[in-house]
Structures are given as structure tokens and as C-alpha cells.
Design a protein around this ligand. Structure first.
Ligand SMILES: [Zn+2]
Length: 95
């Protein structure tokens, strides 16, 4: 896959095209498109996006990657998780 193709995949995906449509447009196997986007998704996870509001996080070198943009988001997120998985002692203490 060329860099141009990768760019195309990302831009088509952001416009809401399906895997199949992207694959046809770029004449790539659908599975290639799928696995590329899955990999890309994992990487952007690592790059740091607030888990609560999806805002991009600033990365500070030599610091542990943040997963929330602010305390508010952290608390909101864990409250949501708590509701979803029932009361979790460890989490309620952490907040
Ligand atoms: Zn946030």
C-alpha cells in the first residue's frame, strides 16, 4: 500500500465511506482496507484522545500518556463506567 493510498483511505473513511466502497475506489482488497483502518485506530488511541469527550490530548514528553483532558472528564467517564458495570469499589475510591 502506498502512502497516497493510506491518505485516501483515511480521508474517505472520515467522509463516512464504507470499507467496501473505499476498497473499490482504490482497487484494494477490502481486507487490506479493514486491517489498515483497525491498525490506524489503535495508533490514534495511543496518540491520546480524551476517553470522555474525544478531544485531542497534548502529549508531554517523558510523562505518562494522559487519557483524559481534564479532571471533569475523568470523573464523568468513571461515573459512566460505574453505571455500566455496576458499583466497583476500586474505581469509586480512585475518583
Ligand atoms: Zn475531555
Amino acid at each position: 500500500m502506498t502512502d497516497t493510498q493510506k491518505q485516501e483511505i483515511l480521508s474517505l473513511k472520515s467522509k463516512g465511506s464504507s470499507y467496501r466502497k473505499i476498497a473499490v475506489l482504490l482497487s484494494l482488497p477490502e481486507n487490506t482496507v479493514k486491517s489498515f483502518l483497525r491498525r490506524e485506530h489503535k495508533q490514534s488511541d495511543k496518540a491520546g484522545v480524551c476517553r470522555n469527550c474525544n478531544k485531542k490530548l497534548e502529549l508531554i514528553p517523558k510523562h505518562r500518556a494522559k487519557i483524559f483532558c481534564c479532571d471533569n472528564c475523568r470523573i464523568t467517564y468513571w461515573r459512566k463506567m460505574k453505571k455500566r458495570c455496576g458499583v466497583n469499589e476500586a474505581i469509586s475510591k480512585a475518583v
